[in-house]
Design a protein around this ligand. Structure first.
Ligand code: SAM
Length: 346
């Protein structure tokens, strides 16, 4: 029997995530689904392979219980099935990886669900977490209101949590979104790759994990950001594969037409920068990026300044808009602007 899985992704990344799941091979079959940010997969390969998914936020194992109410889960047979489901996740990791259990459900504080949490945590030898848990369970109504589904996250942390992120910064980009931006720029080994405003290094690291670049450069005007990038690159084992520089993205010491790929997670003006600063920064940065980009260079820029970006791009002949992808970053909906350098002069 194949496993029934739900792969959770940032809404907007579904089609890229579908391709990534298809690359797992014939053992992974995608079911049609309409819920944004959720891909249903029937899978009969080794579950650990799913941990290689870079676009997924989390992967859940799903079990349907044809029961009228959650109380029935306390019955011996259903409880054993639920414990077995949880053990499938636990057994994928070294002993001790999971310490706490958390059950997310409507009415999670009801006496029935409190008992269910006690039974499960007792059987599995885990503490009950307060707001979160290593072993994350979700209980919800089944499709069409029929029965109930129990979901178990396969990993003690979301897959979106990157092991290399030892230095965090406010405004750091979500790993899967950075991975998507790297894929959209079609990485190639002979690229001169430039990441403007590298912050904590997310875009650089996600790009370099996809393969070598002839030269990779990250720049930022903030010295703490540069130190953070270096720390994370070190943790990712990628320090020797890129240059970290204190360049201002509006005035780059690079020759005209020399760069193949440019990426940036631009200050949105929420956590980093301000809208007024962006009114000056964005046109200057787009102009300078166009100067250093070679004709047909690829560029992926993430920004929540949608109107400003659209207005600027409408007036520029140096950049052609290829795609404008709206992504859900935890309730904020920035766009990935995928651009191609034209052969017009700056
Ligand atoms: C939204 S943050 C980038 C976050 C990064 N992607 C990460 O994951 O940590 C934007 C970055 O742009 C940098 N920045 C702002 N203006 C800049 C400029 N003119 N030149 C270079 N970097 C700049 C800021 O210092 C900040 O680190």
């Amino acid at each position: 029997m194949p496993y029934h899985l739900e792969v959770v992704v940032a809404a907007g990344l579904e089609s890229l995530a579908r391709e990534e799941i298809q690359r797992l091979g014939r053992g992974a079959r995608l079911a049609p689904g309409q819920t944004p940010g959720v891909l249903t997969v029937h899978y009969d390969g080794p579950l650990q392979r799913l941990f290689t998914l870079r676009l997924a936020t989390s992967v859940y194992l799903v079990k349907h219980f044809p029961i009228p109410r959650p109380r029935a889960l306390l019955g011996d047979q259903h409880l054993r099935t639920a414990v077995g489901l949880a053990e499938t996740a636990l057994n994928l990791h070294p002993r001790g990886s999971f310490q706490t259990l958390y059950l997310s459900a409507a009415g999670a504080e009801s006496s029935v669900l409190a008992r269910l949490k006690d039974e499960l945590s007792g059987s599995l030898g885990l503490q009950r977490g307060q707001d979160d848990g290593d072993l994350l369970l979700r209980l919800r109504r089944g499709t069409g209101g029929q029965g109930w589904d129990l979901l178990v996250r396969l990993t003690p942390r979301p897959l979106a949590t990157r092991a290399w992120r030892v230095c965090n910064r406010e405004g750091a980009l979500n790993g899967p979104v950075a991975h998507a931006m790297a894929l959209l720029t079609r990485p190639a080994p002979d690229d001169l790759y430039l990441n403007l405003g590298c912050g904590s290094g997310t875009l650089l690291i996600e790009r370099l994990q996809l393969g070598r670049a002839q030269r990779a450069i990250g720049c930022d005007i903030n010295s703490e950001a540069l130190a953070c990038t270096r720390t994370n690159l070190e943790a990712a084992g990628l320090s020797d594969r890129c240059e970290i520089t204190p360049w201002d993205a509006r005035k780059l010491p690079l020759p005209d037409g020399s760069v193949d790929v440019i990426t940036a997670d631009l200050p949105f003006g929420h956590l980093v920068g301000s809208h007024n600063e962006n009114l000056d920064l964005y046109p200057a940065l787009l102009q300078e990026a166009a100067r250093v980009a070679r004709p047909h260079a690829r560029c992926a820029l993430l920004s929540h300044e949608v109107r400003l970006m659209e207005r600027l791009l409408a007036t520029m002949t140096t950049w052609r808009l290829i795609e404008n992808l709206r992504v859900d970053l935890g309730g904020l909906y920035p766009r990935i602007f995928l651009l191609r350098r034209t052969n017009q002069r700056v």
